[in-house]
Design a protein around this ligand. Structure first.
Ligand code: CA
Length: 406
């Protein structure tokens, strides 16, 4: 296991094996890329200006001083590996301590920004347990899965412009809904505001229109992974979604975690995906893996669910292959999210509509209050960890949001 001259707690999930990327400011500094390490943020813009990446990448300033990660993301796996290897060297070799230590910033002083400029946003629906739970809730008299579900990763295009970084307040949306005792719609604040615990994958290397990305080429394009809370207004969604899918019940806000965990940090977290029956068509088959991420949802500090991402039926590589199978181009900054992650057990469900079974079984929180859907002032945190090399832990941090009224 890598050792550092920096005092990194042995149980830190931000050790040398992780090195997640974010974009931070502190004081009056301009936004710049940084990595989290131990209790610190290491500002890469300052490090590049100090010459610490000279000879590592061709134009360190262009790649590492931008206000988003996009220039680094578009540079591709060779540059990602070179930068990561250099950062590890800077923290392993004691000779670099004198140059690096003065640049370090205590993590609590770092203000987070959206780490990447979002190009397009796609949301999948790839957890079989989640899809079956919703099927049972909404169509109790028919098969829980629709026929297409086992043949392709169902998804829709979301709204890139309303993706916000963790900590941004979530304003309760207004929209049309059918009141429980009525058949005609009213307009007003949603009364069924929900969360969806998801994992998002960020595209670094773009493609041309007409090009496809086979499952085997996943890591040539995907830069890293974030946690996603796909806030959902269930009453607005239920009234509007047929026949074209989710629209305003989803597009008011989607939160992402501030630290992007590089794909390269997750090699120990690869797991075999669940058996797929029927076997996928050839363009969705190939060499690919699931990820052993353990998610946790906390509502006002009470853990209400621990969804296992390893149970996801359609893997991220299959999602990307499907997304590009018609020749749709990828852009740097594209975000595709897994869909709500739900495991087989009741305490592994990734949304309140499942955890409370459509509001019929309220959750009890630590303060003895109960919830079916979210109240104003509620704070939701979704966090995750994954196994790293040598028994270490890869920490994803958390994506947090507090609900406020409009
Ligand atoms: Ca979703």
């Amino acid at each position: 296991m890598a050792r550092s001259w920096l005092d990194i707690p042995a149980d830190s999930g931000f050790g040398l094996n992780n090195l997640p990327y974010g974009v931070i400011t502190y004081g009056d500094s301009p936004p710049q890329p940084a990595v989290a390490i131990g209790h610190y943020a290491f500002p890469l813009g300052l490090a590049a200006e100090a010459g610490l990446f000279d000879g590592v990448v061709e134009e360190p300033a262009a790649v590492l001083t931008a206000p988003t990660l996009n220039p680094l993301m578009s540079a591709g796996p060779r540059v990602w590996h070179a930068v990561r290897t250099r950062i590890i060297d800077l923290f392993e070799s004691r000779g670099h301590a004198a140059a690096v230590q003065p640049l370090l910033l205590p993590l609590p002083r770092a203000k987070h920004h959206l780490p990447f400029a979002v190009a397009d946003y796609v949301d999948f629906f790839s957890s079989r347990h989640h899809a079956e739970n919703l099927g049972r809730i909404f169509r109790p008299d028919s098969e829980p899965l629709l026929p297409n579900w086992v043949h392709l990763p169902v998804g829709y295009h979301g709204r890139a412009g309303s993706i916000v970084v963790s900590g941004a307040p979530i304003t309760r949306p207004h929209g049309q809904r059918i009141p429980p005792t009525d058949t005609e719609p009213v307009f007003g604040p949603t009364i069924r505001l929900d969360v969806e615990a998801e994992v998002g994958f960020i595209v670094g290397v773009p493609t041309q229109i007409g090009q496809t990305v086979p499952v085997d080429n996943f890591s040539d394009h995907v830069f890293g992974v974030v946690l996603v809370n796909d806030w959902s207004a269930r009453d607005i969604q239920a009234w509007e979604y047929q026949p074209l899918g989710p629209f305003l019940g989803k597009s008011f806000a989607t939160s992402v975690s501030p630290w992007v965990v590089p794909l390269e940090a997750l090699t120990e977290a690869h797991v075999a995906p669940p058996l797929q029956d029927p076997p996928p068509l050839p363009h969705l088959a190939g060499d690919h893996w699931g990820f052993d991420l353990r998610l946790r949802i906390e509502l006002n500090g009470t853990t209400v669910s621990e969804p296992p991402f390893s149970t996801l039926y359609w893997t991220p590589a299959q999602q990307l292959a499907h997304l590009t199978s018609n020749g749709s181009p990828l852009r740097t900054g594209d975000l595709f999210a897994s869909g709500t992650v739900s495991g087989p057990e009741p305490a592994q469900r990734g949304s309140l509509i499942e955890l409370t079974w459509n509001g019929s079984q309220p959750l009890q929180l630590a303060d003895s209050s109960t919830r079916t859907f979210l109240a104003d002032g509620d704070t939701v945190s979704i966090s995750a960890v994954a196994p790293g090399p040598g028994g270490t832990r890869i920490d994803f941090g958390s994506v947090v949001g507090t609900v406020q009224s409009r």
